[in-house]
Design a protein around this ligand. Structure first.
Ligand code: BYC
Length: 313
């Protein structure tokens, strides 16, 4: 049972926490924080880390089939960056008192989510362009905003990640631009890729604000700085002119320009979103099985790395 003294102490700690949040002072791992704030971060940061790592799979599918040595080198570097982002984020998540092994176990047990977009297949090279341009493009819009998140380790991880994401977005856009300069078939491939990736990219921002159960607390605690819809609209306003510039058409018959730099868009298929985040997307099973297999096969590497003799050499 909580005593009067304990309640007064908690109230004081909470007031101090809120004062820091209001003054834009970062919350650090050793600071007191409400349990709900900690749990929210454990969920969001680990989900973010899993997304980075699972997100390596659709692109890795094309490493051996990249059309030139240059494009292969760029793709390899990008995929390695994504693995690195996962590591920054797992490290940030570990500061909240949960071990990396636990996060991975929750992923393998289907208790932790990762970004829905990585449950779609990469059918050809144009998809690699579309992922860089649209998926990394959407991720940047979100992550630029998250640089100002209230939890110090998450915010600092975001600053590093954003620097690399800009290069990822550009390499994807360059692939699409090159294809649009190419043959009719290449142009058709590029259009087919935006047709398939546009809507999943919009879903990355999560449900509409009115249907997002996590947003209100996240905004109050400044974990999220802008809502799902605000970020989605920023992405659309930025990306539609880029697509027009290279001759691609956004596959939304209801897309309307309402001012110089602003668009409204058609309805998102939320039933498809729900199916994908609940494990029923085209590649959910394949992605998870691949991760479980790779984790199992890599066990000896982790064991070897943890041998103290080896570390001390
Ligand atoms: N996918 O109340 P909401 C990359 C879930 S990787 C799956 O709006 P929240 C890259 C949500 O978790 C970068 N699940 O939640 C890597 C919640 O379920 P739970 C990926 C989604 O947290 C390799 C429920 O739906 N970026 O760039 O306020 C190659 C209700 O949603 C999704 C991040 O991970 C989704 N799209 O907002 C290329 C960003 N949307 O947990 C590129 C970090 C919603 O209650 N995360 N859900 O069971 C965030 O910013 C936020 O967590 C979200 C969702 C905007 C995604």
């Amino acid at each position: 049972m909580t005593t009067k003294l304990e309640s007064a102490q908690t109230a004081e700690l909470l007031a101090d926490f809120e004062k820091k949040i209001n003054a834009e002072i970062k919350i650090e791992p050793s600071d007191w924080m409400p349990d709900a704030y900690r749990q929210h971060l454990i969920r969001q940061i680990s989900q973010h880390a899993h997304s980075e790592v699972i997100g390596m799979q659709p692109e890795a599918n094309w490493i051996t089939r990249a059309p030139s040595l240059r494009s292969k080198k760029i793709l390899l570097a990008k995929i390695q960056d994504e693995g690195g982002h996962g590591l920054y984020l797992y490290s940030a998540a570990e500061t909240l008192g949960v071990s990396r092994e636990q996060y991975i176990a929750w992923l393998h047990q289907g208790k932790a989510k990762y970004a829905s977009v990585f449950n779609y297949p990469t059918l050809n090279w144009a998809d690699i362009g579309a992922i860089g341009w649209l998926v990394d493009g959407a991720a940047i819009v979100n992550q630029v905003s998250l640089q100002r998140t209230s939890y110090g380790p998450y915010s600092r991880a975001m600053v590093r990640i954003c620097k690399e994401e800009s290069f990822h977005q550009r390499q994807g856009y360059e692939i699409m631009w090159r294809m649009m300069q190419g043959t009719n078939d290449q142009q058709r491939m590029a259009q087919d890729a935006i047709d398939r990736w546009w809507w999943p990219a919009l879903m990355m921002f999560g449900p509409h604000d009115s249907d997002s159960p996590r947003t209100s607390h996240a905004m109050l605690w400044k974990i999220k700085r802008e809502s799902n819809d605000v970020l989605r609209e920023k992405f659309i306003n930025k990306t539609v002119p880029q697509s027009e510039l290279i001759g691609l058409k956004v596959p939304d018959p209801n897309l309307k320009k309402i001012s110089d730099e602003t668009y409204t868009h058609g309805d998102i298929n939320w039933e498809e979103f729900r199916q994908v985040i609940n494990g029923n997307g085209p590649c959910n099973q394949e992605r998870l099985e691949h991760h479980i297999r790779a984790h199992r096969e890599g066990a000896w590497v982790r064991e070897a790395a943890l041998q103290s003799d080896f570390r001390n050499q």
